[in-house]
Ligand binder design. Sequence first.
Ligand code: 9D3
Length: 258
Amino acid sequence: MPDRDLLYRFAVVTLFPEMFAAIQQWGITGRAFQNGTCQLTLHDPREEATDRHGTVDDRPYGGGPGMVMTAPILSAALAKAKAAVDSNMPVIAVTPQGQKLDAKLAQKLAEKPGLIVVAGRYEGMDERFIEQEVDLEVSIGDFVVSGGELPAMLLMDAVMRWLPGVLGHPESAVEDSFTEGLLDCPHYTRPEAYQGQAVPEVLLSGDHGAIAQWRRAQALRRTLDRRPDLLSWESISPEDRLLLEKWDLLPADRGRQS
Ligand code: 9D3
């Protein structure tokens, strides 16, 4: 018996269904599948092949290296995926050409009743399948990996964190990095002294107001240093500038002018 009502349905089209054990069997996502919060069905295009070799791909028109997954085979596998999740869910193909995945997209997809994800192998999928059957192409970033399965799992994990009850604390998803546009602050646990290095004093003070201030100042400084694409010195509010000053995190060249 499931521990709770089904919240979200995934259906995935993949030549390597066994890879999805990585999210189905382990950790936070594993628990969500095991307790019935989420459901996952896997649909192998190989089963839709019509020849005795189980062919799912063919040579690209125009020539060139590699093979292309055929539209009829992908379409047949997608039909099975759609039947498994019944209602009208968005069909997403994970491809290197897609919209880049971020927290906002994951949160938006979590508002749907579920998701159908098509993961490719080889050089890609016949463009006519994408045009006719895919609502959105999603990429995980500007680097190449060997197939769509890891990107599909990454997308699913990022979506699942936004579903009520998947994370232990309801606030966790909102507090997570990137949601507020800032990197996380540093964390410390026992021992209090480690190889001559102490834990920042404020964290031992019990002053929760001061701790919250210090954490925000640290998050601001780390984001400014490491991710100028997320936060620029020019856009820091006067309040945050004061916070950085108070915790001695303003770099020398960003102190008060003249
Ligand atoms: C130059 C041709 N390559 C395109 C960049 C061919 C190619 C390489 C790797 C086609 C597909 C793949 C497999 N990758 C994915 O399916 C994929 C992916 C990726 O490689 N990077 C970032 N996001 C994604 S989402 C799916």
